[in-house]
Design a protein around this ligand. Sequence first.
Ligand code: SAH
Length: 380
Amino acid sequence: MTTLHPIARLPEEWSEWVAARGERSFRAGAIFRWIHARGVTDPARMTDLSLALRTALSDDGLGPTAAVGVVRQSVDGTRKLVVTMGDGAAVESVLIPGVTGKNKHVDDADAAAAPDDDDDEDDGGVVRVSQCISTQVGCAMACAFCASGVAGLKRHLGPEEIVGQVLLAKQLLRPGEQLRNVVLMGMGEPLHNYEATRRALRLMTHPDGVGLSSRRVTVSTSGLVPEIARLGEDFGGQIGLAVSLHATDDETRSRLMPINRKYPIAALLGALRAYPLPKRRRITIEYTLVSGKNDSPPEAKKLVKLLAGLPVKINLIPMNPISASTLGPPDRARVAAFQRVLTDAGYSCFVRKRRGDDVAAACGQLALEGAAPRTRVNRG
Ligand code: SAH
């Protein structure tokens, strides 16, 4: 096993670490809270710890693993962060300011980023922010319409680098903003980096840390069947699940998503049926509409049949053009016709708005080519 970065340690592991150094056990919680609740990774700033303990933490390698190099803000308020890791590798993360207490129901098109937002607490105009984070540098899945897979997988991210994106984002929130949802929908296939993803999920949902509720954290997958089962078991179905389906027959799906050759549609739907979803919650089905490939009304009808009996909501994503491909989105009318078939059949089905398009932060545009810096913050 590779050694864990200190940021990746859970409170019980800090307990052992603290005990091994003859420190009192409550220090474990204090260290975890410094890092994960307050976002402080520099031991020198952990002022209520003894100098000996702070030194031990730096000797152990505690320090920032990531820095935000570039922030680009879209006209729609979406902020794209380019997060640079210790070895210079960079991934992208997107902050999507959503919905205030007042108008949250208007903004349902952000449903994928705001899973099942059905609580009605009065949060007095707080701006809820959703964050999209990456789990790998590049991606091995090679989906035909996605920029992240063009150059293949460069490397997995460690759990500290995955949760690190959330810690950084929290520091970039503006007054009145609150991080509400995290979606693992950035670069990479989270379930292809399962161990690191699982640990990052445990870290960000720990009540003493960032404290996200598991139902507000969603893993999006291209459909790795065995790992969907593992995720279900490991978290009792509490973590939100989004699945990239994108086609209704194996031939089309395999063409768009090579992973389908390994885990065809029937196997994938079997995994969704077996996912131990809590009552009243739904799996998100993502369906990227690619002109002339998967966007016909008969395909919409086929989708209705395929999903029958599954507790799902459907997110239609008109394909965002990418430079590596001539594929593109259907026109509005065709998108609307596809949606109508699904809503007429009783599904809740939204067309995802293009957020952050102008800064290449929209789905599938998260590759680093041409990420010209606009503002620089937190360097170093
Ligand atoms: N690997 C995971 C998560 C990353 S992609 C997955 O496949 O689900 C997040 C979503 O954006 C997926 O549904 C993906 O298929 C979709 N997507 C990728 N490229 C896109 C593009 N160019 N236009 C629209 N959606 C795209």
